[in-house]
Design a protein around this ligand. Structure first.
Ligand code: NDP
Length: 513
């Protein structure tokens, strides 16, 4: 298992074998982790496979005990967890508390409680005459060794979080965190070990893309979260290996504000959920469509609220609202989208610049006079920007919302709830909220996944969020068993005539008189 070594100021790459981890808000180096090669990953996989049967044999109650201990461990170590997340991502203390610590603790409790329910044997009834009187059971058994390849935006929630149901189902797991944010994963490994997880069941493979590829070559199933481009590569390799892949990819989530909306609520949601985590959330509000009659009022509210955001180096509770960007190249992407919009005639109402000498920053930014020829309306920006477009009516808003290769989440704001729901059903996205945004992610009972290929394949949360870590096994048990069944050799004409009549009766019903 990877272990952190003491930090020393140095370049990002200190040796071919170690990767330096940077605090993106300050530029400080805060730790180093091994850059694991394929042989090291194979070694982790061997240990994980050896440990898996014992973990599975503990059963739901035995595994739930470890998961519940870890739920408490997270609370007991809350400050350390939040500080680790905040220092390797640059996010505000509250962003780490609300969307990572709280999620992690809830997820441990949720899967400890619900794994048994979602994976319980199912009694199956069949219409086949061949199985009359036999017992049919659908069973979920752990797939074995699961690989989780995670991104940098939520090292606990989006990266480690997927390991929790995989473990609850009885699998061993190798987690490959982003090279930019490996420290949280290693802290989780430390916590799990303290909470009694058997050695080898969970391992962290630190490294870059090739380490992720090596994990993919070892595991029985892969759960990937990240860019659509890398997700496609992961999907191709999984297909070559004939292993299942669950892919949670990009988003370009639209928000629609109708003329009858509670504008204050809509504006608060627009600003909070586009700037939360510095906009680096796959289900951030990334574009906004506002009906003409309320457009100016909405813009005024959103601009004032965005100007009031306190951005800076996170330094404990309440110190800042928005931190830095986590992934250094992301600043270039955000800058490119803003420049492209300006060049094509958009106006910047506030923000618009990259910032500071140290760390990786971009100002909270509101763009208007935008259209669908601009990168900011088509590509995932993944930064603290909100482009807002005036639309004539709800029909135009729906057409524009659906004009995207992505379809992760979307939101509609209106006081007319039934109309809001009707419009929500017309948006092609994995999840749509009415008068709300993002909080659907906290309902672990509700599936979360892409509604279009660009946003991924498969779901996290809900029954599917744990069944995907299993193989289905069908059991048929014959309690009454004659020496020979009716349909077996030798065939004879009398039985065939009987069977012909029975077939007709079953499939056509009784003949009409
Ligand atoms: P990637 O999709 O490239 O990386 C995600 C994970 O996959 C990382 O752990 C990465 O390792 C790993 N990886 C990279 N190449 C391979 C490979 N060939 N096989 C297996 N694993 C691999 O995302 P980035 O971090 O580069 O971010 C790029 C863009 O993705 C962002 O600008 C953003 O638009 C989007 N994104 C979307 C997220 C979401 O939640 N849907 C989350 C994060 C990013 P390593 O980081 O070490 O290279």
């Amino acid at each position: 298992m990877a272990t952190a070594v003491p930090a020393a100021p140095s370049e990002r790459q200190v040796s071919p074998e170690m990767i330096a981890v940077e605090n993106p808000a300050t530029g400080e180096i805060i730790g180093h982790v091994p850059d694991m090669d394929a042989a090291q990953v194979a070694d982790l996989a061997q240990r994980a496979r050896a440990a898996q049967p014992g973990w599975e044999a503990l059963g739901y109650d035995g595994r739930a005990r470890v998961l519940r201990r870890m739920q408490r461990w997270l609370m007991d170590n809350a400050d350390r967890v939040i500080t680790t997340i905040s220092s390797e991502t640059g996010k505000a203390y509250e962003d780490a508390q609300i969307a990572e610590l709280a999620y992690g603790a809830q997820a441990f409790g949720f899967w400890a409680k619900n794994a048994r329910k979602y994976l319980a044997d199912e009694k199956i009834r069949s219409s086949s005459v061949f199985v009359k009187g036999k017992r049919l059971i659908l069973r979920y058994r752990p797939i074995g060794l699961v690989g989780v390849i995670g991104p940098w935006n939520y090292p606990l929630t989006n990266s480690f979080g997927d390991c929790i149901p995989a473990l609850a189902a009885g699998n061993s797991v190798i987690l490959k965190p982003s090279e930019y944010t490996p420290l949280t994963s290693m802290l989780m490994a430390e916590g799990l070990a303290e909470c009694g997880l058997p050695d080898g069941v969970f391992a962290v493979a630190t490294g870059r893309g090739p380490t992720g590829a090596a994990v993919l070559d070892e595991v029985d199933m892969v759960m990937f979260t990240g860019s659509t481009a890398t997700g496609r590569k992961v999907g191709v390799r999984a297909a070559e290996r004939l292993i299942p892949a669950s892919l949670e990819l990009g988003g370009k989530d639209p928000m629609i504000v109708l003329a009858d909306a509670d504008l204050e609520r809509a504006a608060n949601h627009a600003v909070y959920y586009s700037m939360f985590n510095a906009g680096q959330t796959c289900i951030s509000i990334e574009r906004c469509y506002v009906e003409a009659p309320v457009y100016d009022d909405f813009l005024a509210r959103v601009t004032a609220k965005t100007r009031a955001i306190r951005q800076g180096v996170p330094n404990g509770p309440g110190s800042v609202d928005v931190g830095s960007l986590t992934f250094p190249p992301q600043v270039d992407t955000v800058e490119r989208h803003v420049a492209d919009a300006r060049n094509r005639g958009a106006r910047v109402l506030t923000g618009g610049h990259r910032g500071r000498d140290h760390g990786h920053w971009f100002e909270p930014t509101i763009l208007v006079d935008v259209d669908h020829d601009m990168a900011c309306m088509r590509e995932e920006t993944f930064g603290p920007t909100l482009p807002i477009m005036k639309v004539a009516d709800a029909e135009e808003a729906i057409a524009l919302a659906n004009d995207s290769e992505y379809g992760l989440c979307a939101s509609v704001f209106t006081r007319n709830i039934s109309r809001g729901e009707a419009l929500a059903r017309r948006i092609t996205a994995g999840a749509v909220t009415v008068n709300d945004a993002l909080v659907n992610y906290t309902a672990l009972e509700l599936p979360m996944g892409g509604g279009k290929p660009g946003s991924g394949v498969g779901y996290r949360h809900g029954a599917g969020g744990i069944r995907k870590y299993c193989r289905q096994q069908s059991l048929l048990i014959s309690r009454f068993h004659p020496h020979r069944d009716m349909h077996m050799h030798p065939y004879n004409a009398r039985r065939t005539r009987l069977f012909t009549r029975a077939l007709a009766l079953l499939n056509r019903g009784l003949p009409n008189k």
